[in-house]
Design a protein around this ligand. Structure first.
Ligand SMILES: CC(C)(COP(=O)(O)OP(=O)(O)OC[C@H]1O[C@@H](n2cnc3c(N)ncnc32)[C@H](O)[C@@H]1OP(=O)(O)O)[C@@H](O)C(=O)NCCC(=O)NCCS
Length: 372
């Protein structure tokens, strides 16, 4: 059978001119911070069905770090973390663990739950913005540690990374160029946050989540999705040094410039727009109502972002899966770890529609309606 016969690959949906995002003149955008920060909506969504999730697994490190521990250690304001984010505790990787170790543990847990022969895996994608090394890729380390015969590559889209990797893996599977694709989201954020920065450090944790993609029915897969990027907002959430443009120097490191920097308040305002507007758009273009969706799994960044979206989109709380109170923001691992927990609890079953929404540095976002 020609694999393309049962894989539906459909592209952009046209919208009327009134739906086009308003363009800001360049000078005005530079001068007017609030205008530049507004979410730049894109009218395009895509469809990629004929793909299913064969198995899912996750790993969170053993070390629990509570708000109380951070408050005592760094003098953070008592109660601030819980009140402003909904996070109670997070997990930190052990000293000897890197991102690839978490990724391998998630993949092994997933394999242990399935009847898959690892030698059938023919593609490894790892979404991460905290790789073990700049080079080689974390995916190559995972491929080697799992003993796979497969091409391997990293994808960097920060907290949207899993959505980007899911869509990329799905294209390989839909075209028949991969029969069994291992797609992992993994991050060790505890190594890149400035420990005493109350505005970033307590929000983040470490974890990994893995899925195996294979051919499914024409109904299964990404019923409708949008991946997006707005590099104009890159400086809202970045690591300004350590790359080729501004290599590390002892002075920059001493000044803490290598840590993750975040303009939390403006990221917050951008995020609530991304989440509400892209979910609404994906559902509308899929001609699917909130009632038809079994579960909403949003990137676990801040409970107030999720609550805002639920309120605006009138999503009942029983349709939303959250675990950020226990693990915080785990970047690319956030969505697959939450989906694994939801799956284990029987809250996702084959045939269900699940809405996933990731957003983060870049700026990037990925919102997808996936039929299991
Ligand atoms: C870092 C953080 C906890 C700090 O919290 P905070 O100082 O209490 O600030 P808030 O989040 O309440 O407010 C941010 C802004 O959003 C506004 N805001 C809050 N709720 C809002 C809503 N429902 N609609 C519109 N704007 C809202 C606030 O008025 C504030 O605007 P201002 O700076 O002009 O006054 C929080 O800003 C945050 O979580 N940011 C996003 C971090 C994040 O998700 N990062 C990862 C992305 S992957």
């Amino acid at each position: 059978m020609n694999p393309l016969n049962s894989a539906t690959v459909e592209s952009a949906v046209e919208l009327s001119a009134s739906d086009e995002p308003e363009k800001q003149p360049e000078t005005q955008a530079q001068e007017s911070e609030p205008d530049r920060l507004l979410f730049k909506k894109s009218p395009r969504t895509c469809q990629l069905t004929g793909v299913r999730i064969r198995a899912i697994g996750a790993y969170v490190p053993l070390r629990v770090v509570t708000n109380g521990e951070l408050e005592a250690q760094y003098g953070f304001e008592a109660g601030w973390i819980k009140k402003r984010t909904g996070i109670l505790e997070r997990r930190y990787a052990a000293e000897e663990e890197g991102t690839s170790d978490l990724a391998v543990k998630a993949a092994r847990r997933m394999l242990a739950k399935s009847d898959v022969d690892p030698s059938d895996i023919d593609l490894v994608l790892v979404a991460t913005f905290t790789p073990d090394f700049t080079c080689p890729s974390t995916a190559c380390l995972v491929q080697e540690k799992l003993g796979l015969d497969a091409p391997a590559m990293d994808l960097q889209a920060a907290c949207s990374g899993f959505m980007y990797a899911l869509a990329t893996g799905a294209q390989f599977v839909a075209t028949g160029n991969s029969k069994l694709a291992l797609v992992i989201g993994a991050d060790v954020n505890s190594r890149i946050v400035q420990p005493d920065d109350q505005g970033t450090a307590p929000l983040f944790g470490d974890a990994a989540g893995a899925v195996l993609l294979e051919r499914g029915t024409t109904e299964q897969g990404l019923v409708r999705y949008q991946l997006g990027a707005d590099g104009a907002g890159g400086s809202l959430l970045d690591r300004p040094v350590g790359g080729t443009l501004r290599p590390l120097t002892p002075e920059l490191v001493a000044d803490g410039q290598h840590y993750l920097k975040m303009d939390g308040r403006n990221v917050f305002k951008w995020a609530i727009q991304v989440v509400t507007e892209t979910i609404e758009q994906v559902l509308m273009q899929a001609d699917v109502g909130v009632a038809d969706v079994k579960l909403f799994v949003l990137h676990q960044a801040n409970i107030r972002i999720i609550d805002h979206a639920m309120k605006v989109l009138q999503i009942p709380s029983e349709k939303v899966f959250n675990n950020l109170d226990r693990i915080g923001n785990t970047s690319a691992a956030s969505i697959p770890v939450a989906m694994d927990e939801a799956f284990e609890q029987g809250r996702i079953e084959p045939g269900d529609l699940v809405l996933m929404c990731g957003f983060g540095a870049g700026l990037t976002w990925g919102t997808g309606l996936f039929r299991w």
